[in-house]
Ligand binder design. Structure first.
Ligand code: FAD
Length: 487
């Protein structure tokens, strides 16, 4: 049986392992940590459980597909529910709005709360869906680095729709031209952060993201986000994938211009195919230091990172839901701080995810598990201790005011994640959450391909390569890679 080595058990590494095992390869996954999942892991303490990274789950079919590929029933391993309420939005002037999953109900809520006619929202979401259907087939399901991608029907459809795809305006420009209401512009501009970008720089093409939530749906796994990792690892093990934890790949072994395996803890492991789920910059710099480095691709600006406060809170807040956003007053200023000044605004937008709203055992009775995320720049050696302390104070002040509670007194448990920790724990370059940023219209073409142009048996998957970051795209990268292996 031909052997595959996968470096890293992030979600894309696990999906790659399943796909290649199903194809008949003998698969070993080497993972540096003593746990699987990379960013998609969990932490626990004092009776609280938190999903450590991703909190929003879209396109569950990409997960289910893996069980079906392996001839297993998905619901034997993994269960999830569609959300009726996607997010609760809060502004400093006490405006509150619920983003319902059902598009007409959501549009009606906006008409009621912000006075914008509901037809405008429905039209926006329809356009978002149409553009998504064009881009999905072209950019998200295929390698951009193969000629065949650019010659088929999907490409022709893409060319004929170029003027409508928003390539030549920024997301904010398109949203400002369409909606006059500043709160609504802010609400839809926020979708740029779903891949760590800046709405004032990223092309309006990213206005396809709302389609995922409002037309296709947002979901919550019954056992929390970590159960995506957990159930897929279980599936992989059931079909014979071998996971080796605390096994950091140190070098990709090249002999006679061919990749022949990987060195782990000083031991050589030979393989016919090597797939790296390690961040692409780290893969080249650390595992292939003597090979030609694709400098232009590796030096692209990175996506935003995050400071996360995991707070056990000794109270239940009926006004909060699973996903909550407390907007900053000056959104443009906030992104200037992140992407130009590489620091954190004093009035950052605050995202709170509370899984105990849907999974009661994630917090002790009468308490809630708050995952509080602030978008911050990638790590460039900033004084993170100072930024964390300042941000913590600002966040507590803002939330205490809006929720009319002295929050500091309610914090029962605390842990903090910052870009440096993300970088050390997962190898992500500069602790970026989503690999490269999408802050220019060529970004899709400046991500590394899912294959090596130097070695025919070396492949790359995960959030730092094509098609990009986030769970769905990382899963797509595994699918594209596996199709390339077949070819
Ligand atoms: P990663 O998760 O980056 O894992 C890489 C793995 O490789 C790690 O386990 C690492 O230990 C291992 N590794 C690295 N180097 C080596 C080596 N040399 N040898 C062996 N193993 C190695 N996405 C969403 O879709 N929705 C969200 O709501 C969302 N929110 C997020 C919030 C936060 C705070 C974070 C951190 C991320 C968020 N993301 C979200 C992004 C999402 O988590 C990532 O895009 C995705 O999980 C990346 O998966 P990956 O396969 O690239 O691997």
């Amino acid at each position: 049986m031909k052997k595959v080595i996968i470096i890293g058990s992030g979600i894309a590494g696990i999906a790659s392992a399943i796909r290649l095992r199903v194809k008949g390869y003998e698969v070993t996954v080497f993972e540096a940590n003593d746990y699987a999942g990379g960013k998609l892991s969990q932490i626990e303490g004092k009776g609280y459980r938190f999903d450590a990274g991703p909190s929003l789950f879209t396109l569950p079919n990409l997960v289910e597909e893996l069980f079906m590929l392996a001839n297993k029933k998905p619901d034997k391993y993994f269960k999830y529910n569609r959300l009726d309420e996607i997010c609760k939005y809060f502004w400093d002037d006490n405006t509150q709005l619920t983003a319902w999953a059902e598009p007409v109900k959501f549009a009606q809520e906006i008409e009621n709360k912000l006075g914008v006619p509901r037809e405008k929202i429905i039209h926006f979401l329809k356009k978002s869906g149409k553009n998504y259907s064009i881009l999905d087939k072209l950019f998200l399901q295929k390698s951009l680095h193969k000629l065949s991608t650019w010659l088929g029907f999907d490409a022709l459809r893409g060319y004929s729709n170029i003027p409508n795809l928003g390539l030549f305006k920024t997301m904010n420009e398109e949203n400002e031209a369409y909606f006059i209401n500043q709160k609504l512009i802010q609400l839809f501009n926020r979708y740029a952060t779903y891949n760590g970008s800046d709405p004032y720089q990223t092309p309006a093409t990213l206005n396809v993201i709302p389609h995922l939530e409002y037309n296709l749906g947002a979901f919550f796994p019954e056992k929390g986000m970590f159960s995506i990792t957990d159930s897929l690892v279980k599936l992989a093990q059931d079909i014979g994938v071998n996971f080796q934890f605390k096994s950091k790949a140190e070098i990709i072994i090249v002999e006679n211009k061919k990749v022949v395996g990987v060195e782990v803890n000083g031991i050589r492991f030979l393989a016919d195919i090597v797939v790296s789920n390690m961040d692409i910059s780290a893969t080249y710099r650390k595992l292939l230091p003597n090979e030609r480095q694709p400098e232009k691709l590796l030096s692209q600006p990175k996506s935003s990172s995050g400071i996360v406060f995991y707070w056990g809170i000794k109270k239940e807040f009926s006004e909060l839901g699973l996903h909550n956003i407390f907007f900053s007053e000056d959104y443009k200023h906030e992104f200037e701080k992140i992407f130009n000044e590489k620091t954190v605004s004093d009035d950052p937008t605050i995202y709170i995810n509370i899984t105990s709203k849907h999974k009661a055992d994630d917090a002790p009775q009468g308490c809630e598990n708050w995952f509080v995320l602030i978008n911050v720049p990638p790590n460039e050696g900033q004084n993170w201790e100072e930024l964390i302390n300042k941000t913590r104070e600002n966040v507590l002040r803002k939330l205490s005011k809006i929720l009319k509670q002295n929050l500091i007194e309610l914090i029962d448990y605390e842990q903090v994640l910052d870009p440096r920790i993300i970088e050390t724990r997962t190898s992500s370059s500069q602790g970026a959450l989503y690999g490269n940023s999408s802050n220019n219209k060529y970004a899709a073409f400046l991500r590394h391909a899912n294959f090596s142009s130097n070695f025919e048996n070396l492949f790359f998957v995960g959030g730092s390569v094509h098609p990009g970051g986030g769970i769905p795209l990382a899963l797509s990268s595994a699918k594209i890679m596996s199709d390339l292996v077949r070819k």
